[in-house]
Write a protein of this length. Structure first.
Lengths: 356, 559, 222
């Protein structure tokens, strides 16, 4: 960004009271913001002044005077339709392009699970640790949040990043951002959720990449035996260690392993090894990629998308699995890759290889 | 600057109707044709029903306004100022519910639609006078239920009642939902009545292309009222059933889909915005032609764009849900459809402004309201375009930016049109004039006060303050104080208006039949009009908004 | 619906009792009330639209549960009720035809038959409901049926009870309107010169029938 642009940017930020731009998306979206808001102000003040100007020019000189009849030509009407339409469509086009970019997380994103409940935020890293209210992320590295709610709809909003996403009970939504500046940023809930909606705030701490790695290593030290310091109500009980080992405990406790193997062998249900991100053929003939959404859906509504060749015997775990438990299970399944499993006999893959 | 009312009215009536110089009230008008409280309570006269709506909706407006002021006072400090968190949550919910369901939606159609539509068409009454009376009582019952909900503990779900929060909140939601359901019936009855009236009750010679644009706007509004309202009725009923019987329709814990609630809710509530705005646009069409004594520039474009807004308005609801996780394709489609609403609105705005071109523009309170309306509509409308631009909405969604945007449309534009309409038709309703000087002072207070209240809220939204926040961060404090300061100006303006209008009811000078020298059939009868509107049934024999004398040589200009 | 009860014109000129004073002629009034009725039918369609939307969404979310649950309905009773309602629509049309031809007694008879059909419909519906209550095929949290365990079956019965319940309410309202019309026909209020109220009542009844014709295949057949 050259010098003039930077000064202009600062002027606009100050004039519009916008918070600083601390993510890659913020930079992108603010240009359109300036464009739209400038045109809006020019147009509204222009129309207002035009009306006042016409009043001064054509003031009433004698009461109840006759006036000439003025009608628009086709050309005039075409212009007043075409000009706004062109502006509007240009904005939608730019805005939609940015939006697609904003909803497409890069492949190398770091995942964090977010659980919202009245009136707090809970963050869980796939391989530990967990935290309440404060989310640590590295700068200049894309971070993807996989979010769900345990009670009502909440919404995750960080003004400096210009990102926001509703957090809906019963389903996962995702959001990604890449912070560009280290610092501490306020996190707000923006969907009304009850008495202390306004206190459902948190903080996003952006650390320099090296510092973040150090922080993460520190957090994980001795994590396996450590009770989560967050004390997050009922989750604190089971939530020890990293998410993967938590997920394994959940799988045992819920009886998942009675039907799903974790060594690649066939069983009553599909094996979990290499299941994640694999294109899977369904009984209906469709193919789905077994991503987080599909896995969670299969736990809650197992018959919606049944894998071809398996009977409909799995019970629904809706209401039996809490959101953190489901997240932990997904992480556990993600961790089960052939290359991670030692001394496993080579087996014919049940499904085709993962096209990456 | 302020003209004395009598000097405005005297030449008008001399020219329009009577040869005698001093106008007087007609001996018998709809106001005194029948006497006694019963003759009002059981009246079938659309004008009396309009006045009943005027009283009821103004009370609702004051109630909602008191809630608003309480909210603004609460925000003077970042923490608790005068009320607790639960009270605050109930207060903003009731502010929204009262203003939208008890004031905005019934007010302009109920008051000015009822009063003017049959007069403008040259009809004796609306098509179904008894349904019309019923709609008032249904409204009163619904409003009563809402007020009962307030008294019985209040409602804290926000006027949007999003599931699953609305399913689990312990506040007294059920009577409020029932109230919305019942008020919906009143809205449907009014809309149905207007559509049939426009189709069947036009005076001889009143072709579709001769109808005043207010009638076109009311007609377009009525289509929305008839087709969209049943959906909110069902939705509020389903939430009520859910709360009482646990059917699980919107409850994710039982397999329901909370996002479907939002779809059903906005399928009504987005078009409902046009129930509020379209009649206001109709009012501005009347005001701008009357104040500049001109034919309507682009009459057909304005008439058809009302129908256009009605049509595309039904398909734009998804832009309220850009951050719910709705698919990107849906978001893009809803964004483009929302842009079309903007185009139809732009057509109206340019044609209104051009109507003033080569006019003979009088300075009156109504002119101030027209200019204020134009500014609010363009600014509010274009910020609407901005929030419908998908990527920008991500930041603004559910912040004060959105609050400021819809207040610009629903308060800025609708209130200026509403007060403009009151001032414009007040002499027709009551036969007396208010004080023009005070009216202009009040109008200035309203326009300036409104800007001072809501421009800071745009900036608050940019800064990132989420809406419905009881406590807020210190960085939002200064702008909140500015907004509260502005709101006192706005409130003062409203108070001034109420005082001088009530004064004018009794002591205002006699207005005469046509104080503005305006065109349109409603000015061709006495002020106030007789019980059946016209002594002799009128015939429409001229184009709409004819401000030239009969047989006069007229210059035609095409721009 | 109609403003037929207005008596003599208040301007002094005479007109029939069924012509309201603010209409110029009976043709205009008939046009107005018919248009009003059609608009009202439009609102009814939109009222049910929300439930049809719910059906679509949940059928898409829980296809197998919906398939299994719809097998639990009594196809026999549903088909019988469909035949009853379609027949009743035929009767009400015949009643409308009769009043136009000034056959008041016949009209009363046809309307009575229509109302009897409505009664039969409701009785059959009662037995269907009673069975569902008995085995616990109930909406939302009340669902206790053991036969279908898959999630979403409770949503099927939510949609089922809401849609058929709202429809049954419309059957009751429609039958009441027809009963009121029947009494007025019997009193000789209507005839070939003025039969619009019967026409509107019949229109409403056709709508009630039509909604069932959509509900039946969606809930019972597929």
């Amino acid at each position: 960004m050259n010098e003039i642009m930077r000064v202009l940017n600062d002027v606009m930020l100050t004039l519009l009271f916008l918070p600083e731009q601390a993510s890659t998306f913020a930079m992108k979206v603010d240009l359109l913001h300036y464009f739209v808001v400038t045109v809006t102000m020019v147009a509204s003040v222009g129309v207002g002044l035009l009306a006042v100007g016409l009043f001064f020019k054509y003031r009433e000189t004698k009461p109840h005077a006759s006036t000439v009849i003025v009608n628009p030509s086709g050309k005039f009407e075409t212009v007043i339709i075409a000009v706004p339409l062109l502006f509007f469509l240009a904005w939608v086009w730019i805005g939609f392009k940015d939006y697609i970019w904003y909803t497409t997380p890069p492949k190398n994103s770091m995942d964090v699970y977010v659980t919202a409940k009245k009136w707090m935020w809970h963050f869980a890293y796939p391989d530990g640790p967990n935290a309440n209210a404060v989310l640590h992320v590295p700068a200049n590295r894309p971070v993807r949040l996989l979010m769900t709610s345990r009670d009502v709809i909440h919404s995750f909003f960080v003004p400096e990043f210009r990102v926001k996403q509703d957090v809906v009970p019963g389903r996962y939504t995702e959001l990604w951002f890449e912070a560009t500046k280290t610092g501490r940023y306020r996190l707000y809930c923006t969907e009304f959720c009850g008495t202390w909606h306004s206190q459902m705030v948190g903080e996003v701490v952006v650390l320099a990449p090296a510092e973040f790695d150090r922080w993460l290593a520190q957090q994980r030290q001795g994590l396996a035996g450590r009770v989560d310091s967050s004390g997050a109500g009922e989750t604190a009980e089971g939530m020890r260690g990293d998410l993967v080992s938590y997920g394994r405990r959940v799988a045992v406790a819920q009886g998942c392993l009675k039907c799903h193997s974790v060594d690649g062998g066939p069983h009553i249900g599909p094996t979990w090894v290499d299941l994640f991100s694999r294109p899977t053929l369904l009984a209906t003939g469709q193919t789905v990629v077994a991503d987080e959404g599909y896995l969670t859906e299969s736990m809650m509504d197992p018959y919606t998308k049944v894998v071809k060749g398996y009977a409909q015997v799995m019970p629904s775990f809706r209401g039996k699995l809490t959101a953190p438990e489901a997240a932990a299970l997904v992480e556990y399944i993600k961790s089960l890759r052939t290359e991670n499993l030692e001394n496993l006999p080579a087996k014919e893959p049940v499904y085709g290889p993962v096209p990456k | 600057m302020a003209q004395s009312p009598s000097s405005t009215s005297a030449p008008a009536s001399t020219m329009a109707m009577a040869p005698d110089a001093a106008p007087s009230l007609p001996e018998i008008s709809f106001i005194n044709a029948d006497r006694g409280i019963k003759s009002w309570l059981f009246t079938l006269d659309h004008k009396r029903i309009a006045l009943m709506y005027l009283v009821l909706t103004m009370l609702a407006f004051l109630l909602g306004g008191i809630f608003a002021m309480a909210l603004r006072v609460e925000h003077l400090t970042p923490d608790k100022t005068i009320m607790g968190a639960n009270t605050y949550n109930r207060m903003f919910t009731l502010h929204g519910v009262v203003m939208i369901f008890m004031f905005m939606i019934p007010a302009v159609p109920g008051i000015f639609g009822n009063f003017c539509l049959p007069l403008m068409l040259g009809a004796k009454d609306v098509a179904f006078p008894r349904l019309n009376l019923l709609s008032v009582y249904v409204y009163a019952v619904g409003a009563g239920l809402l007020l009962y909900a307030v008294a019985a503990g209040g409602v804290d779900a926000g006027w949007t009642f999003y599931a699953p929060y609305s399913l689990s909140t312990p506040s007294t939601l059920f009577p409020a939902l029932l109230g919305i359901f019942v008020i919906g019936f009143s809205s449907i009855l009014t809309g149905l009545n207007f559509i049939v009236t426009v189709h069947t009750m036009r005076a001889p010679g009143m072709t579709w292309m001769r109808m005043p644009l207010f009638v076109w706007a009311a007609y377009a509004t009525s289509i929305i009222q008839v087709l969209a309202t049943p959906v909110i009725g069902l939705t509020s009923l389903l939430v009520g059933i859910e709360r009482v019987f646990g059917f699980g329709f919107f409850d994710p814990a039982r397999g329901g889909d909370p996002i479907m609630f939002q779809h059903m809710f906005w399928f009504y509530s987005h078009p409902a915005v046009y129930i509020m705005v379209l009649p206001s646009m109709g009012v501005i069409s009347e005001l701008v032609t009357s104040v500049s004594r001109k034919n309507m520039f682009g009459y057909k474009m304005i008439a058809y764009s009302s129908l256009g807004i009605t049509f595309v308005g039904f398909f734009a609801w998804g832009h309220h849900m850009f951050v719910t996780g709705q698919s990107a394709l849906d978001n893009g489609a809803f964004a483009i459809i929302s842009m079309l609403v903007g185009v139809f609105t732009a057509i109206k705005v340019f044609n209104w402004v051009m109507t003033m071109y080569r006019g003979s523009i009088a300075i009156r309170a109504t002119l101030v309201y027209v200019c204020g309306f134009l500014f609010f509509l363009v600014f509010g409308g274009m910020t609407g375009i901005a929030v419908a631009t998908v990527s920008l909405d991500v930041h603004w969604h559910d912040t004060y930016f959105v609050v400021a945007h819809f207040h610009f449309i629903m308060v800025g534009a609708v209130i200026t049109a509403f007060f403009g309409a009151i001032h414009y038709w007040f002499p027709k309703m009551f036969g007396r004039m208010y004080h023009e000087g005070w009216a202009m002072v009040a109008a200035a207070f309203i326009v300036l006060g409104f800007n001072a209240t809501f421009v800071p809220q745009f900036l608050l939204g940019n800064l990132g303050q989420p809406r419905r926040y009881y406590m807020y961060d210190d960085k939002f404090w200064a702008l909140n104080v500015a907004s509260t300061a502005g709101s006192t100006l706005l409130a003062l303006g409203v108070l001034i208006i109420i005082i001088y209008l009530i004064y004018a009811l009794k002591y205002g000078s006699i207005a005469g039949d046509n104080p503005w020298g305006a065109a349109g059939l409603e000015w061709k009868t006495s002020s106030p009009p007789p019980k059946h509107n016209f002594i002799t049934p009128p015939i429409c024999d001229e184009e709409p908004y004819t401000y030239q004398k009969k047989g006069e040589e007229v210059e035609h200009v095409v721009v | 619906m109609s403003d037929a009860a207005a008596a003599k014109g208040e301007h002094g000129h005479e007109h029939p009792w069924y012509l309201a004073h603010h209409f110029d002629s009976i043709d205009v009034q008939n046009y107005a009330v018919r248009l009003g009725m059609w608009l009202f039918l439009g609102t009814e369609v939109l009222l049910f639209a929300g439930l049809f939307l719910g059906y679509t969404v949940y059928r898409w979310l829980y296809p197998l549960a919906f398939q299994a649950a719809s097998r639990e309905l009594s196809l026999g009773m549903g088909t019988f009720n469909t035949v009853v309602l379609i027949t009743s629509s035929f009767f009400v049309a015949l009643g409308y035809h009769a009043i136009k031809e000034n056959k008041l007694k016949k009209c009363v008879a046809w309307l009575a038959l229509t109302i009897i059909c409505a009664g039969i419909f409701l009785v059959v519906k009662y037995f269907e409901y009673a069975h569902k209550f008995h085995v616990g095929q109930l909406p939302g949290k009340h669902y206790t049926f053991e036969g279908i365990q898959s999630p979403g079956a409770n949503m099927y019965f939510s949609v089922y009870f809401l849609a058929t319940g709202l429809h049954a309410f419309h059957v009751i309202v429609g039958a009441s309107i027809l009963a009121w019309l029947m009494v007025r026909v019997h009193k000789g209020k209507y005839g070939p010169h003025y039969y619009v109220p019967v026409e509107l009542g019949a229109l409403y009844w056709h709508l009630v029938d039509l909604i069932w014709i959509f509900l039946f295949p969606l809930l019972y057949l597929i």
